[in-house]
Design a protein around this ligand. Structure first.
Ligand SMILES: Nc1ncnc2c1ncn2[C@@H]1O[C@H](COP(=O)(O)OP(=O)(O)OP(=O)(O)O)[C@@H](O)[C@H]1O
Length: 228
């Protein structure tokens, strides 16, 4: 599913964000990436989606060597992944339903399929009753649910989340985490960057810790750790 071999990333300003990182993530895994601010976590995610390219090493996602992909193939890579951010990034003038539908419209899905699928995913994330609400009239947790629905509506193999509970209170965070768990149980690989110690400790999943661009810990059924 994800294979990084000896990957380093040096930004143009000389800052080394990742330093000889190798890791393998299997299909269906649920993996947390933890580490202090500036450790290189977001850079790792950006390499998976071809938002940034590695300075050296190889990045493979879904059997595709991301760093060798031509520009015209990048949208096909991204269709296989859904990404959720800390700040939701919803379109403010579209309702919950329209935000989710938009992700299908851009890949020219037939209207009938969109309607049916959007309803199913809004139901899955527990938002069936809020389909017509605009983001400004939804709570933070509800907005994040819309963002999750949008991320999974095209049935990606991989769901990436960059601090998805960073703006949410503990109870809402637990609900959101349950939603990710449900999606993972349906077969989607989940890769989540987080600073949420309580959540990582509770979930008892694989934990990869990055310090100064290096993987310093990779544990099955891990905990958050003391260092962050
Ligand atoms: N576009 C960029 N140009 C130059 N340096 C960058 C860029 N993006 C990140 N960096 C640097 O690369 C290093 C890793 O940054 P990254 O954003 O990956 O860290 P992070 O672990 O995601 O941090 P946070 O938890 O604060 O989001 C940092 O030193 C950062 O300053």
């Amino acid at each position: 599913m994800i294979d990084l071999k000896d990957v380093s990333k040096m930004y143009d300003n000389g800052s080394a964000a990742l330093d000889h990182v190798s890791l393998h993530i299997n299909k269906g895994e649920f993996v947390f990436v933890v580490g202090a601010s500036g450790a290189g976590k977001s850079t790792l995610i950006k390499l998976l989606s071809h938002e940034e390219l590695p300075s050296s090493g190889s990045v493979v996602v879904n059997d595709t060597e991301v760093n060798k992909l031509s520009k015209s193939r990048v949208p096909y890579l991204r269709r296989k992944m859904g990404i959720v951010f800390q700040d939701f990034r919803l379109l403010p003038n579209k309702t919950a339903e329209e935000n989710v539908a938009f992700a299908m419209e851009v890949i020219e899905t037939p209207r009938r399929v969109i309607k049916e699928r959007v309803r199913t995913v809004l139901d899955l994330v527990g938002l069936a009753g809020k389909a017509d609400a605009l983001p400004q009239n939804l709570s933070g947790g509800e907005q994040q649910r819309v963002a999750i629905a949008r991320a999974i509506v095209n049935r990606p193999l991989l769901l990436i989340a960059d601090e998805p509970t960073g703006n949410l209170d503990p109870e809402t965070s637990r609900d959101i985490m349950d939603t990710f768990k449900k999606i993972n149980h349906m077969g989607t690989t989940v890769l989540m960057v987080t600073h949420d110690k309580q959540m990582v400790d509770m979930m008892n999943k694989r934990v990869i810790e990055i310090v100064d661009g290096k993987v310093v810990r990779d544990e099955q059924k891990g905990a958050y750790g003391d260092e962050n």
